[in-house]
Write a protein that binds this ligand. Structure first.
Ligand code: MD6
Ligand code: FE
Length: 203
């Protein structure tokens, strides 16, 4: 059990050691080749995200101007089903999620130089009890965690390669985002940057 800053929030620093991080990245590489990163766009405005995304699992998360936020079975550009979530991630979920159902989606976020993610709530999944489990690889990032309302107090936390965060319980619907990534702080990812994996039960 890591430090519980909020009910249902769990921070597990250095959950994966360097060898495990390298093995996970090697496992992800062919999956990402099959389902390449793309840049989602915001509903209505069509503004592009600075983060590049892809998914693993039966019900990946996508967003574009026309269709808005949604879960779908196929990659929006290749039209192919997303690759399966690898066993190493399902095992990690079983170890930390404390939830009987396995994740149906693993969103893969890639932050290259300058990418960040605004404060948001992950609200597109229907099962309110299932946690979201996040795994960070590569460069460190400043993660901001608020509460249930936009504009409330926030705390920030530095996430490093190998760290795991669980947003469960009340914290499942807390605002959070990535203020910035500390470029060059890790040598794990070729070309630099940060990958964040978030596993979800879509419901
Ligand atoms: C990131 N993480 O770390 C963005 N969402 O790049 C998230 O948006 C997130 O870390 C839900 C649960 C945990 C998370
Ligand atoms: Fe999120």
């Amino acid at each position: 059990m890591g430090s519980q800053l909020h009910s249902g929030f769990d921070f597990l620093p250095a959950y994966l050691d360097r060898a495990e991080q390298e093995a996970l990245l090697a496992t992800l590489q062919p999956l990402i080749e099959a389902a390449p990163f793309f840049r989602p766009t915001m509903p209505k405005t069509g503004k592009t995200f600075s983060v590049e995304m892809t998914n693993l699992g039966a019900r990946g998360w996508v967003s574009d101007r026309e269709g808005g936020y949604r879960n779908q079975a196929t990659h929006p550009f290749t039209g192919l089903p997303w690759p399966q979530i690898p066993d190493v991630l399902l095992t990690l979920w079983r170890q930390v999620a404390d939830y009987p159902i396995l994740p149906e989606a693993c969103l893969v976020n890639l932050y290259r130089t300058g990418a960040k993610m605004g404060l948001h709530v992950d609200g597109d999944e229907r099962d309110p009890k299932a946690p979201v489990v996040s795994v960070s690889l590569g460069d460190q990032a400043i993660f901001r965690l608020g509460g249930p309302q936009r504009g409330g107090p926030t705390t920030s936390l530095k996430l490093s390669s190998g760290d795991v965060v669980v947003l469960g319980g009340a914290s499942r619907h807390f605002y959070h985002g990535i203020d910035r990534v500390l470029s060059g702080s890790s040598s794990l990812i070729p070309g630099g940057g940060r990958i964040n994996l978030t596993m979800r039960v879509v419901g």
